[in-house]
Design a protein around this ligand. Sequence first.
Ligand code: CA
Length: 203
Amino acid sequence: MKIVIIGLLVTIFAIHESQQTYAEYAEYIDYLDQIHQIKTKPIEDFTTLSKKFDDLEKKFEDLRKTVTAVKTAELPKFVKIGSKYYYIDHAEEVNWFVAVDKCRAMDANLAGLQSMEELKAVSDKLTERDYWLDINDLGKKGVYQTLSSGQNAGFLNWHDGEPNNGSGNERCVVLRKIRSKYAMNDEKCEIKHHFICQKNQLE
Ligand SMILES: [Ca+2]
């Protein structure tokens, strides 16, 4: 009986030892695995980052080319009409002050139109009803000047009944089409219209 008990204890001890050894072995394997991961991870990270950087560099270069192409495509095209160069905006409608800024951003001014010949030549290129001009009487009511010169407008060609100051505060001048004829109309500066920019020469 005593021998049986000792044998049993030895067996239990052996099993316990074997479980402990297996646990240690598993822990050791896990430890090695962690070391392997630590040793290889930075290399993988560097390779991945390097590739990502190359991809980003290529994307940035593609983007730069696209931006350049878009900027070139969107540069307003001034066309020569008579002796001057005009940019006629058919696409957007803005108030008179914004139109002034937009022309200045292109190193130009809103168109002044200084003769019937100029008015007719430009009118032939228009497609919409209203286009802002440089002419206004913001300085003194009833005295029409061009903003770019600060001088009295040398040429005015009004529609019948204009300028009528119809809405009570019509201080800016628009070139308006009525019955297929373009002529001038005083208009509230805050109203949004297309616009015509003018340059005397291209740089
Ligand atoms: Ca009017």
